[in-house]
Design a binder for this molecule. Structure first.
Ligand code: AP5
Length: 225
């Protein structure tokens, strides 16, 4: 299945995409993780993106579109993928549609994870991530089995993202409401949209996500699950 997860910062896109892709064998393509990898590797793209990311603003469309369209063309995406954090603007959504139409593999569905701003701030201020494998935790709601040690890869030392400071989170929310939220209507008109309340425990969100994917599979006539 070829799926987009939409939603504000902290909605749980990464949390849900990691579990879903592990279960289904799909590729998890997080534009934020890919950009952070470019920054860490000191590439030209990373250098251009860093100032926007640090300020909580969107990285320019041309940079992100080229990066993601070439990522989707890689062989690990042939069996299905989940896009997490991309597209985020109308320009990106149209570019994605065109690229997928050229390859004859259009999107099967778009799930919007919906959550209020005050809950976003609570989640993001408590988020910790593993700098080695990217696993996501929360200091209250999703703690690792051993304090400060990643369950998935055993790395010691979970970290807070540089753009998770409160003033930057406010900017990221503004960018989401202005530039990304209009995509909900774009995908509703395309007949691809499912909406799920993300203000429930992680397992409950996952259960509703599975139901939404079931409806999408029915609609597209049985894409592989
Ligand atoms: P990106 O990395 O994509 O960040 P984001 O969209 O702001 O989303 P987050 O990763 O913060 O949240 P999430 O929804 O994945 O939540 P998570 O699962 O971690 O983008 C970062 C920056 O990169 C952007 O600001 C921009 O500069 C740039 N960028 C990226 N893509 C771009 C694009 N396409 N165009 C332009 N620029 C781009 O969960 C959050 C926390 O909540 C965790 O601690 C988790 O444990 C907890 N949690 C999750 N679900 C629940 C639940 N149901 N109940 C309780 N807690 C929960």
């Amino acid at each position: 299945m070829r799926l987009v997860l939409l939603g504000p910062p902290g909605a749980g896109k990464g949390t849900q995409a990691q579990v879903l892709c592990k279960d289904k064998g799909w590729a998890h393509l997080s534009s934020g993780d890919i950009l952070r990898g470019e920054v860490k590797a000191g590439t030209e793209l990373g250098a251009k993106a860093k100032a926007f990311m640090d300020a909580g603003q969107l990285v320019p469309d041309d940079l992100v579109v080229n990066m993601m369209v070439s990522r989707i063309a890689r062989p690990d995406c042939a069996g299905g993928f989940v896009l997490d954090g991309f597209p985020r603007t109308a320009v990106q959504a149209e570019a994605l549609d065109k690229a997928l139409a050229r390859s004859g593999r259009p999107l099967d569905g778009v799930v919007s994870l919906e959550v209020r701003d005050d809950e976003v701030v609570r989640r993001i201020s408590g988020r910790r991530t593993c700098p080695q494998c990217g696993a996501i935790y929360h200091v209250q709601t999703l703690r690792p089995k051993v304090d400060d040690v990643c369950d998935r890869c055993g790395h010691r030392g979970l970290t807070q993202r540089a753009d998770d400071r409160e003033e930057v989170v406010g900017q990221r929310l503004v960018a989401y409401r202005r530039q990304t939220e209009p995509l909900i209507e774009y995908y509703r008109r395309a007949g691809l949209l499912e909406q799920v309340s993300a203000e429930q425990p992680i397992d409950q969100v996952r259960a509703e996500l599975d139901e939404a994917l079931g409806r999408r599979q029915g609609a597209v006539g049985g894409a592989s699950a």
